[in-house]
Design a protein around this ligand. Structure first.
Ligand SMILES: *[C@@H]1O[C@H](CO)[C@@H](O)[C@H](O)[C@H]1NC(C)=O
Length: 123
């Protein structure tokens, strides 16, 4: 095979691979779906709150992610501050969560899993 064929093959494989790497969640069907944590309906996640009862607090959390947290009480020397749908109902269905982890010297993040993490393309 000629060198140009190998080059073409390499470029094709790179394009195929980069196509796989550009991944995102599928477009949501609604602009927002604020979690209704009081709903008796049980689904895998939270059902949407009535849009007429949504308020700004559903999208705002006065969490101080800029402030260091105490790590002295922790056996593993770290303190995790989570922001997800449990703290901020407006994040429901958006696939967004974040965490701040404060470490003491020699502190660690204990082994853990992310059971709901997945390939957004379903692969
Ligand atoms: C994390 O930090 C907060 C605020 O500093 C503190 O109240 C809490 O006890 C700490 N938790 C652990 C596990 O150290």
């Amino acid at each position: 095979m000629a060198a140009s064929s190998y080059f073409l093959l390499a470029v094709s494989l790179a394009l195929i691979a980069s196509h796989q790497a550009i991944a995102s969640d599928p477009s949501p069907l609604q602009d927002f779906c604020v979690a209704d944590k009081d709903s008796p309906v049980k689904v895998n996640g939270f059902v949407c709150k009535d849009p007429m009862s949504v308020n700004p607090d559903d999208f705002f959390k006065a969490a101080r992610l800029d402030m260091p947290r105490d790590t002295m009480a922790s056996k593993v020397g770290s303190n995790v501050t989570l922001i997800n749908v449990m703290q901020l109902p407006g994040l429901n269905t958006l696939g967004i969560s974040l965490a701040r982890i404060d470490y003491a010297p020699l502190g660690e993040n204990p082994p853990h899993t992310h059971p709901r993490a997945r390939d957004p393309n379903g692969a």
